[in-house]
Design a protein around this ligand. Structure first.
Ligand SMILES: NC(=O)c1ccc[n+]([C@@H]2O[C@H](COP(=O)([O-])OP(=O)(O)OC[C@H]3O[C@@H](n4cnc5c(N)ncnc54)[C@H](OP(=O)(O)O)[C@@H]3O)[C@@H](O)[C@H]2O)c1
Length: 319
């Protein structure tokens, strides 16, 4: 089975590439400029030349604060492009998996969100990703929309790497303590999507269209930062104190949900896959980054928190 994956340099695409080896799935990764979500004219030629059996759209505009200033671009990349990709996959009679986000919710629930909960996005990012889900659903019935959250990995830009990088430069960090979610290791997300792809291969369809898939366990950004720094200290990596602050003390353009915990039971029931516990996964990623001496690579955001990625929560004083 051949799968075309967009966003080839992103955390998810790189994790899919790492995990798909063997197992009868061939991945073809594509990225800019050959496949540019802002240029729909690039879609058909790549679909024609690769001739995949499935598309996974792992590309997105993920700069949450940046998008508040460029909503049209956000909608082009996160909504209109998935719509066109879905339309082309329907014409080619193949399925598409669209990856979406916990930010479709307003974060006011005290319970983990299930798929039937009503979305109410509070940011341009959340609105554009919700529009992307809806467009994919209407353009290609043979689709899956998988919402995930707080993605981290050894690749690219993410909160875990930001904390490590910041701890190399500062002795004291401040991190938000009153926002909660499910930290998700990108390889776990990749494994889940590959399980869904294999399900489609074996059954020629998906059971349902909308799923949540996130790491096990609830955490605040503060708890994640503490875990990162504890493991780092134990492994001889960067050390810093971490001080809890509330959201009001952290100025950002986009409003983050207070609680975006996702219930991933439907995914586990239908595809037989659950992501790992977040503390284990954070420990593993931090341990590997320190062992491989790659802290600070791919983490430009640590010096530019005004354009921090969506899930970097430290204050601009702290990181
Ligand atoms: N990261 C999270 O915490 C998180 C949380 C919830 C949901 N998600 C969703 O999960 C999916 C994967 O996220 P991720 O963490 O892997 O994101 P990521 O590391 O930020 O990667 C996104 C990729 O999209 C590519 N991209 C951006 N604009 C593009 C365009 N116009 N044309 C083609 N490619 C473009 C980027 O390319 P360049 O490398 O060239 O910039 C990058 O490779 C996305 O749908 C995201 O919305 C992520």
């Amino acid at each position: 089975m051949k799968i075309l994956v967009t966003g080839m340099n992103g955390q998810l695409a790189r994790s899919l590439a790492a995990r798909a080896q063997g197992g009868g799935i061939e991945l073809v990764l594509a990225g800019r400029p050959e496949l540019d979500l802002e240029n729909p004219l690039t879609f058909a030629p790549i679909l024609k030349s690769v001739a995949p059996h499935m598309v996974i759209n792992a590309a997105a505009h993920t700069g949450v604060d940046q998008q508040e200033d460029e909503p049209q671009r956000a909608f082009r990349i996160n909504a209109e492009a998935p719509a066109e990709l879905a339309r082309l996959t329907r014409l080619a009679a193949i399925p598409i998996i669209q990856v979406s986000t916990d930010y479709v919710f307003d974060g006011k629930s005290s319970e983990p969100y299930v798929e039937s909960d009503g979305p109410n996005p509070q940011t341009v990012y959340g609105r554009s990703k919700l529009a992307g889900e809806q467009a994919v659903r209407s353009e290609n019935p043979d689709h899956l929309a998988v919402r995930t959250a707080w993605v981290f990995s050894r690749y690219g830009r993410n909160f875990v790497k930001t904390i490590l990088s910041a701890a190399q430069k500062r002795k004291r960090l401040q991190v938000v303590v009153d926002q909660f979610g499910n930290p998700t290791e990108a390889h776990d997300l990749a494994d889940g999507l590959l399980a869904a792809a294999r399900f489609w291969r074996d059954h020629q369809g998906f059971p349902q269209g909308l799923y949540h898939l996130a790491g096990q366990g609830r955490a605040s950004w503060y708890e994640v930062a503490r875990q990162v720094l504890e493991v780092s200290k134990a492994m001889g990596g960067p050390i810093a104190e971490v001080e809890p602050i509330v959201s009001d003390q952290w100025v950002a353009k986009a409003l983050r949900p207070a609680n975006s915990e996702l219930n991933s039971e439907r995914f586990a029931n239908d595809f037989g896959y659950s992501a790992g516990d977040w503390p284990d996964r954070v420990s593993c990623v931090v341990g590997n980054l320190i062992k491989d001496s790659v802290i600070g690579q791919d983490t430009q955001e640590a010096d530019r928190v005004s354009v921090a990625p969506q899930f970097s929560k430290p204050t601009d004083e702290a990181v």
